[in-house]
Design a protein around this ligand. Structure first.
Ligand code: FES
Length: 571
């Protein structure tokens, strides 16, 4: 084993060595722990303000067990935690900030390897991105999904039913005691959202990328086997350090291809597009929006899970978990079988014999749950740099559509006007929402799946074409075109759409067009002024440097990696 970087701190017999060891000894660590054994950082997003990650102090203890067993020295450290449900204005505004915290915490400390504890939506990409920019031996461990929600004898998935119950309490159909009871029934255990929302999607991406031990995505947070996985992860990272198996050896182009196809096969979130592109940018893998379309083209959805289907993550675990899905992809010839994973084996070695115990949850590749479930990338004069649509969530009859735009300049304007009975909108209209992109909101809010106007809903209409520069929750559904690039606040064509303009959508042709002539578009552009910069602080820095969604919405100066080397020490 080559000399470990932690020895640059703990090894020298000089003033600095004294300082580095002595202050650590105030925690009671015996001297022999500084003898050159691997020092393992446990990067913890625990926070009582991030309910999905609130059990991570316990999980970290199991990781430590494994590290000790394997002869390592575990040191747990906190990083910024992003709670999707409580953090305002939107957790995505802080993904890159958290990634900087992770990167600098890893690089600046005497660590040889890192375990990333991830759960709620943005905690997974922020930790992966920060760690990728350092490129130490790194392994991921997700906190696991919650148990299935159960309410009045039926499953109740995270997010599902919130809107209906909110309407019922407003109309008096539901009593406050029933409302409170439903809250307790939906989220009744530790863990992250148990639908295939962004958290479960990203946990699946971690496993499909090879960044975790097999089984990481679906083991429920409270199942004893999650603790076992944590312990095995602790054991494994010590060996990864001894083997100098770095994150850049796992996050290869083949691994990203596997992740993109897996996202289609699980009916995963559109947020994965942004996070995977940002992660690829950190590690130096060339990945663009069109890769999602090309690799996802014709890919079926195999997993029947909410929001695209009926089941929940607990059901996926009992059916065999993600290994059962990856085996289907491997047998169908759409998995890069040789991609290396964190356990030192190829992904195919890990899943070739994976059983499936419930074909109602994990369908065979040849008899999928849904055909054509990849992410389609649309272009045209309304989105020259691309926009995305999740095919598994869209209505087939709306995939080719032409309609009159009804425009909302902001999400606040949308909320003010949408219930107005005089609003000139019907089921053929195309709802357009502006200024919700990375710069515009800022932070790219999950508001792209605008609720339908009441007068359309009363006709029994369930879906309309919606277009925006926003994101949408992984639990959302509908014919929703998202991430239009460039965004309105960056002077993209979306900024120049007026109510009454005709918009044409043709998903088969991958086309999204605004039917106005170039001179009209140019005249509108000439009158446009960019929104003012936020006055100070993180928001100002973010808006000045955030890239567009098709580039992963990372900050321009964070793209790439600096490695883990630190050459200066002020002590
Ligand atoms: Fe944390 Fe859904 S709110 S995973």
């Amino acid at each position: 084993m080559k000399k470990l970087r932690s020895q640059e701190w703990f090894g020298p017999l000089d003033k600095n060595g004294f300082i580095h060891r002595s202050w650590m000894k105030n925690q009671g660590w015996p001297h022999d722990l500084f003898d050159g054994r691997p020092v393992i950082g446990i990067c913890n997003t625990w926070s009582e303000l991030t309910p999905c990650n609130a059990h991570f102090r316990e999980l970290a203890e199991f990781v430590k067990r494994g590290v000790w067993e394997a002869g390592g020295f575990p040191l747990e450290f906190p990083v910024m935690s992003l709670g999707e449900t409580v953090l305002r204005p939107t957790a995505m505004l802080f993904r890159n900030l958290a990634s900087m915290d992770v990167e600098e915490s890893i690089r600046g400390n005497p660590l040889d390897g890192v375990v990333l504890l991830m759960g709620c939506d943005k905690t997974t990409p922020s930790l992966l991105m920060g760690a990728a920019s350092c490129d130490l031996p790194t392994i991921g461990l997700s906190g696991g999904p919650m148990l299935s929600g159960k309410f009045r004898g039926n499953d109740l998935g995270s997010g599902t039913g919130v809107w209906q119950m909110t309407e019922k309490i407003r109309s008096g159909e539901m009593r406050s005691e029933e409302f409170f009871e439903a809250e307790s029934c939906m989220h009744r255990s530790k863990g992250h959202c148990m639908t295939m929302g962004t958290a479960s999607t990203m946990a699946s991406m971690v496993e499909a990328l090879g960044m975790s031990l097999p089984g990481n995505a679906a083991i429920p947070a409270v199942d004893a086997r999650r603790s076992t996985l944590a312990q095995m992860t602790g054991r494994r990272i010590v060996q990864m350090v001894k083997d100098d198996l770095r994150i850049s050896q796992i996050l290869t182009r083949g691994a990203f291809d596997n992740a993109i196809r897996t996202n289609a096969a699980i009916g995963g979130s559109t947020n994965a597009v942004i996070h995977l592109i940002a992660l690829a940018g950190r590690i130096g893998v060339s990945l663009c929006l069109d890769d999602f379309d090309r690799l996802g083209d014709g890919m079926p959805c195999l997993v029947d899970i909410q929001p695209s289907g009926e089941h929940l993550m607990e059901d996926l675990f009992y059916a065999g978990g993600l290994p059962a899905v990856l085996r289907e992809l491997g047998e169908a010839g759409v998995l890069n079988r040789d991609a290396l994973t964190a356990n030192g084996r190829s992904i195919w070695d890990n899943v070739a014999d994976a059983p499936c115990w419930n074909r109602a949850v994990v369908h065979p590749f040849g008899q999928p749950f849904k055909e054509n479930a990849g992410i389609a990338v649309l272009r045209g004069n309304l989105a020259p740099d691309g926009a995305v649509i999740k095919l598994s969530a869209a209505s087939p009859h709306l995939l080719k559509h032409r309609g009159r735009a009804i425009v909302f300049e902001s999400i606040e304007e949308f909320h003010t006007r949408i219930n107005d009975e005089a609003l000139e909108v019907d089921e053929n209209s195309v709802m357009v929402l502006k200024n919700c992109g990375p710069r515009g909101y800022p932070g790219m809010a999950e508001v792209g799946n605008m609720p339908l106007p009441p007068k359309v809903l009363r006709k029994g209409i369930q879906d309309m074409v919606r277009i925006s520069d926003a994101r949408m929750s992984g639990t959302a559904y509908g014919t929703v075109v998202l991430h239009a690039c460039p965004e309105a606040a960056a002077g993209g064509p979306l900024a120049f759409v007026h109510s009454g303009d005709m918009i044409s959508l043709d998903v088969h042709q991958r086309h999204l067009g605004l039917e106005i002539d170039d001179s009209t578009l140019a005249a509108r552009r000439a009158k446009w002024t960019p929104p003012p910069l936020p006055e100070r602080g993180w928001e100002r820095l973010y808006v000045q440097h955030v890239q567009q969604a098709h580039q992963g919405a990372d900050l321009d100066f964070l793209v790439g990696r600096s490695g883990a080397r630190v050459t200066r020490d002020s002590h």
